[in-house]
Design a binder for this molecule. Structure first.
Ligand code: FES
Length: 75
């Protein structure tokens, strides 16, 4: 939630993730935390999930990322 990432759209990212976790009933199982600037502002907005940095985060990519990371894909 550094100022650059925030101004590049991470406010929407946080809202998307919060809604996703509620819809999937995962709010008690998944920890969602804000972070300070990670020093890669030119590649923002950033998010980190399971230690992996995601650059240029958009809402459209979040569904797939969250489904994959949380094992909710149907393969
Ligand atoms: S504010 Fe996000 S990396 Fe700097």
């Amino acid at each position: 939630m550094g100022s650059s990432c925030f101004s590049r759209g991470n406010k929407k990212t946080v809202g998307f993730i919060q809604n996703y976790l509620k819809e999937k009933g995962l709010t008690d199982e998944v920890s969602l935390k804000g972070a300070h600037c990670m020093g890669e502002c030119d590649k923002g907005p950033l998010m980190e999930i399971d230690g992996q940095l995601i650059h240029y985060t958009t809402e459209t990519m979040l569904q797939e990322i969250l489904d994959n990371k949380l094992g909710l894909t149907s393969e």
